[in-house]
Write a protein that binds this ligand. Structure first.
Ligand code: GRF
Length: 188
């Protein structure tokens, strides 16, 4: 059985979609470990409810990014993953971690990359007058949000959309669908 490690920092809506896809068989893999850099991440409760091992690695406990990444690497390597998926993981990873997993390290970014790299993508899409928006599953490389795209999903922007309504629709109608699909495709 292929093994996934999922890194989170928050709600875990993408993690939950991956959990459900492994249960339904849509994603023929097991989530071997969920790691969060925040002890208060709601996604930890979702993992525990699903019987998945969790590990909290508080970034505040480390003097710098490289020291955090070295410990994160040790923990993730020990779980023997075939793929590592960032799912709402809000830390910028350094080459210490990326170089060990490049080609097996994925992220989901809530925009149609290369448009709107970085944060606040929904508000920026509205401000730019974009008529459509979406999300991108991509390989993680050392350039933030620049890795080769794997799968994209797009939706129209409605005239009455706010950043909040757009974010929710991108999550529900795009992210939660394309992440399990992208990972299943890669593992085949
Ligand atoms: C999502 O919008 C995702 O695109 C971004 O982080 C947000 C929260 O994701 N990476 P989740 O609810 O923690 O999965």
């Amino acid at each position: 059985m292929k093994r996934l490690v999922v890194l989170i920092s928050g709600r875990g809506r993408n993690l939950q979609a991956l959990i459900e896809a492994t249960r339904s068989g849509a994603l023929p893999a097991e989530i071997a470990l969920v790691v969060s850099n925040r002890a208060d991440a709601q996604g930890l409760g979702l993992a525990e409810a699903a019987g998945i091992a969790t590990h909290v690695l508080p970034h505040t406990a480390y003097p710098n990014r490289e020291a955090f990444d070295a410990e994160l690497l040790r923990i993730v390597v020990a779980a023997k993953p075939d793929l590592v998926a960032l799912a709402g993981f809000m830390r910028i990873l350094t080459p210490v971690f990326i170089s060990a997993f490049e080609g097996r390290l994925l992220n989901i970014h809530p925009s149609l990359l290369p448009r709107h790299r970085g944060l606040n993508t929904h508000a920026r899409a509205l401000a730019a007058g974009d008529t459509e928006h979406g999300a991108t599953v991509h390989f993680v490389t050392q350039q933030l949000d620049e890795g080769p795209p794997i799968l994209q999903g797009r939706i129209p922007i409605h005239p009455d959309d706010t950043a909040e309504t757009l974010a929710e629709r991108v999550l529900e109608e795009v992210e939660l669908k394309i992440y399990p699909q992208a990972i299943a495709g890669l593992l085949q």
